[in-house]
Design a binder for this molecule. Structure first.
Ligand SMILES: [Zn+2]
Length: 281
């Protein structure tokens, strides 16, 4: 099968130890998914267009990794052990660490597309969940980890930006249900996935570009910023969530009039981040 992700790599001569990843912008629904949730219900799980919005980072020396497959097939931003046993037709044979996210219906394999909208009318087999891990989740994580390792070995430091979008108002499955969200949320798992000075510097740049921003609230960052981060070893991972009302019609899932302005601002933000990285190596 073809690779479940795409890398966009900068000119090697100007490549910086800077990697962006977009785990939730994919829209491919593999045929074996066999879910009953209607396509429209699946869409709000997807961080539509996020890879396109950040694509200007490439010209500033960053690499950009994007998943092709839909987040509801298997969620790259969950631990590989975060499986809800209720979904399965037999006991899971390996380690299980079922989290609050799974209990809310959005673990590694989602149980709910939206509040009250189940994903499946059947139990999943252990073999099909194992195949999703083996063919989609693990290749993405491995290629990201390898690139971060190679850059860290070459420069002694690496910076990783995990890119997402958020609904303008959380639904009943979200920890901030009903509350309006700021333009941006920048997260470092309360200072444990990146130098907090880098996090607050990014938040300041976002403010200077004219946006409201919160740090670690309501999102602290999840699997992708914790898996490969080690700030004491100069491996920094930050999550950036962007409010969808800035760039898309949240009902129709189409770009709105703000799309190109936001894309331009994110290219400016990427240039500033690249400058920070260049000054730090
Ligand atoms: Zn996301």
């Amino acid at each position: 099968m073809s690779l479940p992700y795409t890398w966009k790599l900068p000119d090697p001569a100007s490549a910086l130890p800077l990697v962006f990843d977009s785990p939730h912008s994919g829209t491919d629904l593999p045929l074996d998914m066999q879910c009953v949730a209607p396509p429209k219900a699946l869409m709000s799980a997807c961080d539509a267009f996020i890879d396109e919005l950040w694509s200007g980072a490439l010209a500033h020396g960053a690499a950009l990794l994007a998943a092709h497959f839909h987040r509801t097939y298997i969620d790259l931003n969950r631990s590989r052990y975060d499986i809800d046993p209720v979904l399965l037709d037999q006991p899971w044979p390996g380690k299980l660490e079922t989290s609050e996210k799974s209990k809310a219906g959005m673990g590694l394999i989602r149980r709910l597309a939206l509040p009250g909208v189940p994903m499946y009318d059947r139990k999943l087999s252990v073999a099909e969940v194992q195949a999703r891990l083996q063919d989609y989740y693990i290749p993405y994580h491995e290629t990201l980890r390898e690139r971060l390792d190679v850059l860290h070995a070459r420069f002694g430091k690496v910076w990783h930006i995990d890119c997402h979008s958020m609904k303008s108002v959380g639904n009943a499955m979200n920890i901030d249900a009903g509350a309006p969200r700021p333009d941006f949320v920048v997260s470092d798992r309360n200072g444990s996935s990146a130098d907090p000075q880098f996090t607050s510097w990014i938040a300041q740049q976002v403010r200077e570009l004219g946006y409201s921003v919160k740090i670690n609230d309501p999102y602290k960052g999840a699997e992708l910023v914790s898996a490969y981060a080690a700030p004491a070893q100069q491996r920094h991972s930050i999550q950036i969530e962007i409010n969808r009302r800035l760039y898309m019609d949240e009902e129709r899932f189409t770009p709105n009039a703000g799309f190109f302005d936001l894309q331009d601002k994110l290219t400016q933000l990427s240039a500033r981040i690249a400058g920070y990285v260049r000054a730090g190596i």
